[in-house]
Design a protein around this ligand. Structure first.
Ligand SMILES: Cc1cc2nc3c(=O)[nH]c(=O)nc-3n(C[C@H](O)[C@H](O)[C@H](O)COP(=O)(O)OP(=O)(O)OC[C@H]3O[C@@H](n4cnc5c(N)ncnc54)[C@H](O)[C@@H]3O)c2cc1C
Length: 328
């Protein structure tokens, strides 16, 4: 329990991802006052030092990638394993994204330890163990998980905590780490990559602080849903009915067979709240439902329910939000 808490920092075009700020804040809170360390995969670490220092980082470990692409899970696993060994880390925190969960699976095997992914909170128990909260069974139960041996690999969902800069900024030290890559890492060569852009530059569903979701009640017209999302700066999601009907791309589907989200604010419009949908959104902090049917199941677990027609309620909400923003 002596080594630092290591945080895998996701970064895009040199900018530290918002989820990394949340993880660094959590790492400080559970780290008994010790500065968290960072593993940085790829280029760009020097330009991020001020940002990382603002969050109290002590050391930034940069594994030598030998020309390999760290977006290949086997490459990232060898690189992160080398940093875990070099830093003597007591735990690794990472954002619970698809890519990082694949990395965690490789890493758990390589290090002979356990990985807990899709966590929603992290605390230090009196005996020193790191306890991860995690919802299961379609978000109907909250469990507490501990990795009893080895270096725990802990994946937390976006918005598992608020991000707050450290009281005293640090001047992080960059340390290069040599890596011995195995045959698995060298077996894959990335020949082409096409970045997926969400429609209209809206935030990614899993990272968005607010998500507006349209269901069958939209009858195929997502205009009011998208307009409210844009007023809020929110992501746009959908039920399976809406994606199966072809009203919106399948990547927008939220639920058991779609994306799992846990935003600060979920607004469901024309969504009944079926168990399969609920499985992917119940961990949202505040749930707002707009439905013409006062007996719709979604009202049983919504924090705020509006019985009304979405084509009337959503435009009014969007107009009021725009008015308030303009008055700020
Ligand atoms: C194995 C399996 C996996 C599944 N996985 C998923 C999944 O991942 N995600 C998912 O979403 N579903 C999933 N489903 C489907 C799920 O069971 C539901 O059928 C689906 O979520 C219902 O979508 P909905 O709420 O849009 O439609 P409905 O249940 O038909 O509800 C539409 C709602 O809109 C309301 N409404 C109608 N008009 C208006 C209006 N003008 N204004 C306001 N409200 C209005 C109605 O009162 C109604 O409550 C799965 C099903 C199975 C069997």
């Amino acid at each position: 329990m002596n080594g630092p808490i290591l945080v895998l920092v996701d970064h895009h075009a040199g900018a530290v991802a918002g989820t990394a700020h949340e993880l660094l804040t959590i790492a400080r809170a559970v780290g008994d006052g010790a500065a968290p360390a960072v593993v940085w995969l790829g280029d760009g670490a020097p330009a991020a030092l001020d940002d990382l220092g603002a969050y109290g980082v002590g050391t930034v470990y940069v594994p030598a990638l030998d020309g390999l692409d760290p977006r290949v899970a086997a490459v990232a696993a060898d690189a992160v394993a080398a940093v875990v060994a070099a830093s003597g880390a007591q735990a690794l925190l990472f954002a619970s994204t698809y890519d990082n969960k694949e990395l965690a699976a490789h890493l758990a095997v390589a290090l002979g330890t356990g990985a807990v992914v899709d966590g929603t909170g992290l605390e230090r128990r009196a005996d020193g163990a790191l306890v991860i909260s995690k919802t299961v069974f379609s978000a109907t139960w909250t469990t507490q998980c501990v990795v009893p041996a080895g270096v725990p690999l802990i994946g937390l969902k976006p918005h598992s905590g608020e991000s707050a800069p450290a009281a005293s900024p640090t001047a992080p030290v960059v340390e290069a780490v040599p890596v011995t890559f195995g045959p698995g890492a060298r077996a894959v060569r990335v020949v082409e990559r096409t970045e997926h852009h969400t429609a209209g530059g809206r935030p990614d569903l899993t990272e968005a602080r607010a998500v507006v979701v349209g269901g069958r009640g939209t009858e195929g017209d997502f205009t009011p849903v998208e307009d409210l999302a844009d007023a809020l700066g929110a992501g746009v999601g959908a039920t399976r009915v809406a994606t199966d009907e072809g009203w919106i791309d399948h990547s927008a589907q939220i639920g058991q067979t779609g994306v799992t989200i846990a935003p600060r604010l979920y607004i469901g419009a024309g969504v009944s709240g079926a168990i399969h949908h609920r499985a992917g959104m119940q961990a949202s902090e505040v749930i707002v439902a707009v439905n013409t049917d006062a007996d719709a199941p979604i009202f049983e677990f919504a924090d705020l329910g509006i019985v009304g027609d979405l084509t009337e309620v959503l435009p009014q909400a969007a107009a009021e939000i725009r008015r308030l923003k303009a008055a700020e």
